[in-house]
Design a protein around this ligand. Structure first.
Ligand code: PGA
Length: 242
């Protein structure tokens, strides 16, 4: 059975002293819930031995070479990461990442043995124009590489207007997009029905249970509320209870 995933994304936050949060979170793992924290690359190597899954937040598409400031998927795996986020909207915007770049990074991550969390989602203007599902289709087709399987890939639906804003789609809106992603994955991949599909964007302790009750939501990608164990713990508990 596919396990549920509570994934935290610390973004550009956290020093070594903040890693004390992780031991508390590890206690929250349930029989069918995995807890993952995607850390700044500087912190990953300091987590060896902690009973929690650790991920990176981005990787380069090449295995090595002259790419000042970048980190390869093999480097993340070498210091203990099991997962990496690819195509987060902040990377797509800040670093002008295209779907093709996201697909190449995801392939590189799979080659290094990492599980990718591939992020997709519409802007507010796209939602208001009624093109959300078209945007999702284009991003799924362009960002998810052919080597994706339910074992090496998780999709995260993150409406850009919900990230860090406190605005959350209605459960009907989430249900529509998640059902659509699920159907598209089934149409393209032999094991498409088994892919995990996370929701991300302003998930908090007080809205988590309603979001996890939506069909085809198998977990969450959580930014702000993952920074402190006291905020992340109720989200993990809501996922375990769902
Ligand atoms: P947020 O971020 O939970 O702070 O909205 C989610 C994300 O960007 O993954």
């Amino acid at each position: 059975m596919r396990r549920k995933l509570a994934a935290g994304n610390w973004k550009m936050n956290g020093l070594r002293a903040d890693l004390t949060q992780l031991a508390t979170l590890a206690e929250q793992r349930g029989d069918d819930v995995d807890v993952l924290i995607c850390l700044p690359a500087t912190l990953i190597g300091s987590c060896a031995g902690l009973p929690i899954a650790i991920g990176g937040q981005d990787c380069h598409m090449a295995t090595h070479g002259a790419h000042t400031g970048d980190v390869s998927a093999a480097m993340l795996a070498d210091v203990g990461a099991t997962h990496v986020i690819t195509g987060h909207s902040e990377c797509r915007t800040d670093h002008h990442e295209t779907d093709a770049i996201v697909a190449a990074k995801s392939r590189a991550a799979h080659d290094a043995g990492l599980i990718t969390i591939i992020c997709i989602g519409e802007t507010l203007a796209q939602r208001e124009a009624g093109t959300t599902l078209d945007v999702i289709d284009a991003q799924l087709a362009g960002s998810v590489p052919h080597c994706a399987t339910a074992d090496n890939t998780v999709i995260a639906y993150e409406p850009i207007w919900a990230i860090g804003t406190g605005k959350v789609p209605t459960t009907d809106q989430i249900a529509q997009v998640h059902a659509h992603i699920h159907a598209r994955l089934i149409a393209r991949f032999a094991d498409g029905a088994d892919f995990g599909i996370l929701y991300g964007g302003s998930v908090k302790g007080d809205n988590a249970a309603a979001i996890f009750a939506v069909p085809h939501v198998t977990g969450a990608l959580v930014g702000g509320a993952s920074l402190k164990a006291v905020d992340f713990t109720p989200i993990i508990a809501a996922l375990a209870a769902s």
